[in-house]
Write a new protein. Sequence first.
Length: 347
Amino acid sequence: MARAGRIEFLEAVRGVAASLVVLQHLLTTVYPAFGRWTNHHLDLGRVGVVAFFLVSGYVIPLSLAGQTPSTFAVRRFFRLFPVYWVALALYAALHPGGATGQVGAAGLVLNVLMLHGMLGILSVLPPAWTLSIELIFYTQAAAAKARRLLDASVYAGLGWLGLYLMLCAGQRVTGHDLPRTLPLLLFVASLGHALHQRDRGGSVAWRPLFAAGAVLVPAGAYLGGNPAGDWPPFTYSVSFLVGVGLFAAWYAARRYPVGRPLLFLGAISYAVYLVHPTVMDVLYELPRLAGGVPFLVATVVAVPLVAWTVHRLLERPSIRLGRLLTRRTPSPEASPAARPDASPAAP
C-alpha cells in the first residue's frame, strides 16, 4: 500500500476523533439526559481520545524515522505550542475566574508549558489535559530513537499497562481517584506504534499488546472502581474498547481512498480540539442561541469555521516555520521515502 494511503487513513481517524469530542461536549450541553446516559454507557469524547492516541502512536515513530531527535523536538514544538497558546489565552480570557484562578500562578505556568497533566494540575483549557500525556510519549520515543531503541520501545507499552493496573489497585485500597488514565493512554500509543511496526516490517508485537489491553484494561477498570463518582467501570471499559475499534475499522480499510470532507476534518482536527470549548461558550452566551437546536446548529457551523481559520492563519505557518528551521538536519539513517513530515499526530 502507498504511504499516502496510510496518511489519509490517519487523517480520517483524526477528523472523526475530533468530531466525537465536540459531539460529546455539545450534546451534553444541549441535552442533559444525554449526559446522564453517556456517563453510564459510552463516552464519545473518551472514544475520540483513545483513537487520537492510537494515531499518535502510529505517526510519531513514522516521523522519527526521517528526523533526528532534535529536529523532531523543534518541529513538534512549532506543531503544538503556538495554536495551544492562542487557544489557552482565549479560553482564559473568557473565564478569568474559572480554572485560571483555581490553579494559581504556578499552575498557570505549568499549563502554559503543557506540563500540567503530568503533575495532576487542573487544565485551564478543558481538553488540553491530554497534551501533557502526548509529550511524555514524544519524549519516550525521541529518547529511544537517540539510543537506537525505537523499535524496542514499543514494549514500554506493557510497562505502562502494568502501571495502570497498579494505580487501579491503589484506587481500590485507598478509595481515592488516582491518575490511571495517564499510563492507559501511553499504553494505547504503544499499541499504535506496534501497528506501525507491523506495516513497516511485519512485526507481530501488536498481538500481545492488543490481547493484554483487551483483557487487562477492563479488568483494571473494575478493580479500581469509581471513587470519584464520574467514571463507572463499564463506561471506562467500553469507551476504551470502542475507541480501539474505531481505529481498527479505519485501519482495516486503509487501502481505500478517503473522502475530502474527512481529510479536511483531519487537517483542522487539532484546532477543532482546542478551540471548540471557547466557541461553544461564546455562542451559549448569545441570547438567541442559549441552548437548544439553534445553539447546536450554530456550534456545528462555527467550530469548523473558526478551526479552519486558526489552522490557515496560525497552525500551517507555524508548521512551515518548524520545517524551515530544521530542513538541513534529516536523520542520517532515513531514506527519502521515510520522511513523513506531513502527518501531524497530536489531537
